[in-house]
Ligand binder design. Structure first.
Ligand SMILES: Cc1cc2nc3c(=O)[nH]c(=O)nc-3n(C[C@H](O)[C@H](O)[C@H](O)COP(=O)(O)OP(=O)(O)OC[C@H]3O[C@@H](n4cnc5c(N)ncnc54)[C@H](O)[C@@H]3O)c2cc1C
Length: 377
């Protein structure tokens, strides 16, 4: 058995993408860092597996190299609805990537290992003790570890959030999502979003011979195979393709917390709030939060992290709400598609806003054009 030393500067609870990114960023600021995760690597999860352009920049800053042969480039987004499609490129010079969760996890784990971060897999944290900050310890099955800072990166159902009494949500909107990979030659270099009557499907290439498909809906009983019937164009593409992974489920939600830290405990990633899967933004947010959190730890100022966290999540939460206005509204979907086809610059600008390359003022002007287009479509 591995015996843990008794103290560290930063203890990260959860070794998923957010936890490992937080650990790496903190180590880069000179802290001694430990991580514990209840599961073992490489950790998989239901995910659309798209990395937005800022996620790629953040990974570069973290020194994480995802093997080039195991990623696919995403040049933009394509929407499908009722036999129509519209598409937009990312702003000039930008691109996204799609990468299997297990490949991404391996790359993060390797970087953490190279930086000398101690990671304890298959060891779930069972609590945090100490009412005073100076006495605070993280409880593991084999011992307690004293930590100056504790980071809760334990996912959407975070127990750290509860232990730290940070559970007050300002907004929550639940959907049910499923993901599976199919063995089929990728046909697209875009993140494809298929709008159905009761659900949406997302498809991305995830290797030379695989495509990742995720679906999300408000119906807890709807499963992937059933849902695919809503998307004839996608269904046809996947016809006869063998599944290359098991179907995995997850909750997709827009959830914002009032606070993301208390005393020396901070939350990150899905533990600190989530944005609906339709944005393709959870990983991007986690990596950007990790960089901000490490900077705030260096300055011993978690209020700074709270402000940065809020700033980072406003835009994806807004975009999630905007996109989900279409959910279940077939005629609005058709009209929107028509407008986006007729005015491709509107779609380009919406995407530029989504990836933080267009200001809210510019988006507002654009919104007027879109609104007028919808009224007259
Ligand atoms: C259907 C779907 C599609 C999505 N598509 C995309 C996409 O295309 N692009 C994108 O950027 N984002 C996407 N997301 C969001 C993204 O998957 C999440 O934002 C991301 O997984 C958050 O990572 P995390 O590390 O915070 O949480 P998780 O990945 O959930 O990791 C939490 C970790 O904490 C560990 N843990 C839990 N409790 C304990 C404990 N007590 N002790 C120790 N360890 C513990 C768990 O084992 C786990 O490893 C999607 C989400 C869904 C549901």
């Amino acid at each position: 058995m591995n015996f843990l030393p008794d103290s560290t500067d930063v203890f990260v609870i959860g070794g998923g993408p957010a936890g490992l990114a937080a650990a790496i960023a903190a180590r880069q600021q000179g802290f001694r860092v430990m991580v514990a995760d209840g599961a073992g690597p490489a950790i998989d999860k239901a995910c659309g597996e798209a990395l937005m352009p800022d996620a790629i920049t953040a990974l570069e800053r973290l020194g994480v190299a995802v093997p080039a042969l195991e990623v696919c480039r995403l040049n933009g987004v394509r929407f499908f609805s009722s036999g129509l499609f519209a598409e937009a490129d990312f702003p000039s010079g930008l691109y996204g990537l799609s990468v299997r969760r297990t490949v991404l996890h391996r790359a993060l784990k390797e970087r953490a290992g190279a930086l000398g971060i101690e990671i304890f897999w298959n060891r779930a944290v069972t609590g945090i003790t100490g009412t005073r900050v100076a006495d605070r310890e993280v409880l593991l099955p084999d011992r307690n570890v004293h930590a100056r800072w504790i980071i809760g990166a334990d996912g959407a159902n975070s127990r750290v959030r509860r232990w730290a009494n940070l559970d007050r949500l300002t907004h929550s909107h639940l959907r049910y999502a499923f993901r599976r990979h199919y063995r089929v030659a990728p046909w697209t270099d875009r993140l494809e979003v298929y709008w159905g009557k009761h659900s949406q499907a997302y498809a991305t290439a995830s290797g030379p011979d695989q495509v990742c498909v995720a679906v999300a809906s408000r119906n807890p009983k709807l499963r992937l195979d059933e849902s695919l019937c809503e998307f004839p164009a996608l269904h046809e593409r996947l016809h006869g393709a063998e599944p290359a992974s098991a179907e995995r489920g997850a909750i997709s939600a827009n959830r914002r917390l009032n606070r993301v830290y208390r005393e020396n405990i901070a939350l990150i990633g899905d533990a600190s709030g989530t944005v609906d899967a339709i944005t393709g933004e959870g990983l991007d947010l986690s990596f950007c939060q990790a960089l901000q959190l490490a900077e705030s730890l260096r300055m011993s100022d978690l209020a700074r992290y709270q402000a940065a966290h809020r700033r980072l999540s406003l835009r994806p939460l807004f975009m999630a709400r905007l996109m989900l206005l279409q959910d279940g509204r077939a005629s609005l979907q058709r009209r929107t598609l028509r407008v986006l086809r007729r005015h491709p610059q509107i779609f380009r600008r919406l995407l530029a806003f989504h990836v933080r390359r267009l200001s809210p003022v510019d988006l507002a002007l654009n919104g007027l054009t879109l609104g007028w287009g919808l009224l007259t479509a």
